[in-house]
Design a protein around this ligand. Structure first.
Ligand SMILES: NC(=O)c1ccc[n+]([C@@H]2O[C@H](COP(=O)([O-])OP(=O)(O)OC[C@H]3O[C@@H](n4cnc5c(N)ncnc54)[C@H](O)[C@@H]3O)[C@@H](O)[C@H]2O)c1
Length: 270
């Protein structure tokens, strides 16, 4: 049921690759709630062509941008304001990629050029987006900027390797830039720490199915889905969360507060 939560608001959504992407579900939800936005992804992802289907369904346009390129980001913000007819109210950073994970490198055998790429794509890009928005004075007052994180920022997971550092950095950027943007323009900056979710990025991590099932069993409400995440992001873009900023918000069915569940006790007792 739509409530027009985002009526009159304009935004930019990064990271919709296919219908499983959290950004894809978010675009549909934001549209349903009356928001208007542009879509963007890296040139290589654009070649898959899927994002154009989403743009059609959302009656919008795709502007290609590599989130590590300041020039691309400047072009993206400038064109988005032109197309949407004004300054921006919300931005979703839904970007993650580790060449080390892609190539199956172990944590004791990292390629450091790739490590830096992981940090650039998955974390520093968040700072670049925020800084571009500030320099272009692209944000409206009380705007909302959200990045997507994972609990590997706080806890160790064997196959998450350099992405764990990227997520820790992403969350730290939200706190530091959140303080700055609040003072400058009353813009809020948060990260959402999402449950394991079956998407292209998620499934790229070896052992994913096991820690998906483990998290599900260890979360009293079960794992949060991509649709649940899209709904939460939409609320964070809305005026109902105007005083929430500089937070890493757990969206995990209770996983992060759970010691052990009865389900797990029963399972291990067998
Ligand atoms: N899937 C999970 O289990 C899970 C859990 C917690 C957090 N997250 C986070 O959610 C976010 C979205 O991931 P997803 O699970 O929807 O997977 P996804 O693979 O659908 O999305 C990742 C996106 O990052 C984009 N991207 C990669 N390099 C880029 C670049 N240089 N410039 C611009 N875009 C680039 C990809 O094209 C893709 O659209 C990521 O930050 C991910 O780490 C995912």
């Amino acid at each position: 049921m739509a409530n027009n939560l985002l009526k009159g608001k304009r935004g930019i959504i990064f990271g919709a690759l296919d219908e499983n992407s959290i950004a894809w579900k978010t675009a549909l939800k934001v549209k349903e709630e009356g928001g208007s936005f542009t879509l963007t992804n890296a040139p290589i992802a654009m070649r898959m062509g899927k994002i154009n289907e989403l743009a059609k369904a959302c009656d919008t346009e795709v502007i290609s941008a590599d989130a590590t390129s300041e020039e691309d980001l400047k072009n993206l913000f400038t064109k988005s304001m032109e197309l949407l007819g004004g300054k921006i109210d919300f931005v979703l950073h839904s970007i993650g990629m580790s060449p080390n994970i892609r190539k199956g490198k172990e944590y004791g055998d990292m390629n450091y050029d790739w490590y830096l790429k992981t940090l650039d794509i998955s974390a520093l890009s968040f700072h670049k987006i925020l800084q571009t928005a500030e320099k272009l004075d692209a944000m409206n007052e009380w705007g909302s900027i959200v990045g997507l994180s994972y609990i590997a920022a706080q806890r160790s997971y064997p196959d998450y390797t350099d992405m764990a550092q990227a997520k820790a950095m992403l969350e730290s950027i939200a706190r530091s830039y959140g303080a700055r943007f609040a003072k400058l323009k009353k813009v809020r900056v948060n990260t959402i720490s999402q449950s394991p979710t079956k998407t292209t990025a998620g499934a790229g991590i070896s052992g994913f199915d096991v820690f998906f099932d483990f998290a599900n069993m260890m979360s009293p409400l079960g794992n949060a889905t991509a649709e649940d995440c899209a709904a939460y992001i939409t609320v964070l873009f809305s005026d109902f969360t105007r005083m929430v900023t500089m937070q890493n918000l757990m969206h995990d069915g209770g996983f992060s507060s759970t010691g052990i569940t009865q389900e797990m006790v029963d399972r291990l007792s067998k």
